[in-house]
Design a binder for this molecule. Sequence first.
Ligand code: BMA
Length: 329
Amino acid sequence: MSPSASPILGDALPNIPWEDRPAGSSAVMWRSARNPVIPHDQLPESNSIYNGSAAPFRGRFAGLFRIDDKRYRHRLHAASSDDGVAWDIDPEPIRFTPTAPDLPATHGGYDPRICTFADRYYITWCNGYHGPAVGLCWTEDFQTFHLLENAAMPFNRNGVMFPRKIGDTYALLSRPFAPNLGVSGDIFYSQSPDLAHWGRYRHVMSPVPGWNDTKIGPGPAPLETAEGWLLIYHGVQTTCNGYIYRIGAALLDLDEPWKVRYRSASYVMAPEAPYERCGDVPNVVFPCGMLADAATGRLAIYYGAADTCLCLAFAHADELIDYVKRHHQ
Ligand code: BMA
């Protein structure tokens, strides 16, 4: 355990999945020795099981994962776990219960982010509605998923809600991206009084030359800390051999989260392990979920590896915050 006090503002999670940093390592974020915690073929019909998210649920854990089947349909599957590491995955994709009769039909689903918000869970993901758009639903039991209006129009693949209202509105980070139209892959903040109408957009941050020169996207729901909202995000670099997806971190102002207080100029994790280097899409680490123990500052980050399997990494919140501040760009 890290010696200093936990900076996390939130609940204790004593049963958080956890492994100490390996002896001899100085990494600020390190991999589970049990990776990949979900292999690509855990279900008979799965081609790949990867980007996904988890939340504490009734003393255990609930998860939502992207599964591409052998017809290559992308859908969300619910899962449950005693320890956050070994998952029992529903072989059937989740079905949504519309909250209004006139919600437009969407299709597919990938990259779910679970946001624990008081006594319910909001889930954002990428669906298909005339292009990739941000879907939004809520659940209390991970069995009935109440579908709301989409939270962002195409072309926007990455949306995640904040775990409480900011001021008097719900808040969302998302990432419009349409390079053919000159839309550049920046993260924006938007606000809603009712979870149906989103607006009052504020720019948060842009790609920067180097490891995140092409696009960036918010990962797990931002974590409230004494130093600001801790945002884990992915950053994409274009190389002569295609994209590389890495993981970065930033601290956003608690009251005005579109203001970036610190952003690490260096990435915090990059594809290095064989299961991150090799797979359906090589050189990808893509974080969508995080568990946090406010009592100790321990973090468990769920990320997809090479668009093939689901992995876990760990960090101490105080060390990660310190890293972001020391490597501030
Ligand atoms: C993004 C999404 C992710 C995927 C990543 C790397 O655009 O499709 O689901 O992990 O690309 O291929």
